[in-house]
Design a protein around this ligand. Structure first.
Ligand code: PMP
Length: 401
């Protein structure tokens, strides 16, 4: 019998694709596999006893509040924790402006719902975050990639892309950008480019969606001025506790310009009613009453050591035609293989050698990234990462010679 639903699907139903990163989950879990694929934070730095105590206490002492439905913009304590997190990056924001969301992925979903009609165009770095591309494509929004170099978005290329898309009669709504320790490329938008990017978007009448889950994860503890600080009336800022506390809590936030704030709240209420009140309370207690920035400093040190292990292994073993980005924070480096290399053949050869990575094409909406790949260094120990890179480079040699 045919399934009645088959004829009832909405036009966009086929647009949601499996995430290529999550596709590698299963193979990553096989014994003996070294995974350079998933960009999960290392949670082993977390003070689990203290967090367990926090969770037990909020239920014991505030159970009737935190197990109940909560307000549509988020709990006051979680909004305060979001503002403090931004303050740790040098950004001064009134907690009243914070819209709490169930992870920043939901924040992006709500923003796309409110800004984009099917057929609209969003600009994004080429490459860009796979979860954002999946959302844009699923929502029938086209992505125009803007080239980057080791200092992030190229401002001239941004202006050219806007002009080209418009010349084709298309409507551009926003630039979606990850300025700090970009996923997947690892690069950071240079400080001197930031005002230019903000100005180009404002002059062109398009919004900026600034996605900043990694901003507090610089290896040297430094921060750069956010795009929001440069043009608060034209930048929608997405924040997240996923990489600096824990992704399983599913707490992120949006700070939007005035006109978007109420629609965001209503769209959020229509979608999830409210983010988990229990998770928000755990975040509030942890961020406002624990030395969580010290815990984070420890995590940053680990990530830096792991990045160094990967970069050293690449420098030692890679042929002259292999290049890679040098991240100053975050979880990733982006590798470009010799021209003409079939990265999927490299992936097959790598899996035979028990190492896995995500091919570059996952991070493009338009088939780009054919000779590139992302390496995540956030989770494995240094010696394991170095061994993973050695195996990967063996796979590259096998495919290219
Ligand atoms: N943006 C970027 C750039 C990410 O890398 C991720 C997670 N991998 C997200 C957003 C989603 O984060 P959250 O867990 O807050 O939904």
């Amino acid at each position: 019998m045919t399934d009645l639903l088959d004829s009832l699907f909405a036009g966009r139903a086929g647009g949601f694709r499996p995430s290529p990163v999550r596709d590698f989950w299963e193979v990553s879990m096989e014994p003996g596999i070294i995974s350079l694929a998933g960009g999960n934070p290392d949670l082993s730095v977390l003070p689990l006893d203290a967090l367990g105590e926090v969770a037990a206490r909020v239920i014991r002492e505030r159970g009737l509040e935190v197990l109940q439905y909560g307000g549509g913009t988020g709990a006051p304590g979680a909004r305060e924790a979001a503002a403090r997190t931004m303050a740790a990056e040098g950004l001064d924001v009134d907690p009243d402006l914070v819209q709490v969301t169930a992870g920043s992925q939901l924040g992006l979903d709500l923003v796309v719902k409110l800004l984009c009609d099917p057929g609209d165009v969003v600009l994004a770095e080429g490459p860009s975050y796979v979860g954002a591309i999946g959302l844009f494509v699923g929502m029938q929004v086209d992505v125009a990639h803007v080239p980057i170099d080791g200092d992030g978005l190229l401002p001239e290329a941004l202006a050219e892309t806007i002009a080209r898309v418009r010349a084709a009669g298309r409507r551009v709504k926003a630039l979606y950008t990850i300025p700090n320790f970009h996923n997947p490329s690892g690069v950071t938008l240079a400080a001197e480019r930031r005002p230019e990017v903000a100005r180009i978007c404002r002059d062109a009448g398009i919004a900026i969606i600034e996605d900043n889950p990694y901003g507090l994860l610089s290896f040297d503890g430094g921060t750069l001025p956010s795009l929001r600080s440069l043009d608060p009336d034209n930048v929608i800022y997405l924040g997240s506790f996923s990489k600096v506390v824990a992704p399983g809590l599913r707490v992120g936030w949006v700070v939007a310009p005035e006109s978007l704030r109420r629609p965001l709240q209503l769209a959020s209420e229509a979608t999830v009613i409210c983010a988990s009140v229990l998770s928000q309370a755990v975040v509030e207690e942890y961020v406002l009453r624990h030395d969580w920035l010290d815990v984070l400093a420890g995590a940053r040190g680990r990530y830096q050591a792991r990045a160094t292990a990967v970069l050293d292994a690449l420098a030692t073993g890679a042929g002259p035609d292999v290049t890679w980005s040098v991240p100053r924070g975050g979880f990733f480096t982006w590798v470009t293989l010799p021209a003409g290399t079939d990265v999927h053949a490299v992936l097959d050869a790598a899996i035979e050698r028990r190492v896995v990575f995500v091919p570059g094409s996952a991070f493009y909406a338009d088939g780009g990234g054919a000779e590139q790949l992302r390496l995540a260094f956030s989770l494995e120990r240094e010696e394991v990462l170095a061994e993973g890179v050695r195996r990967l480079l063996d796979a590259v040699t096998e495919v290219t010679t």
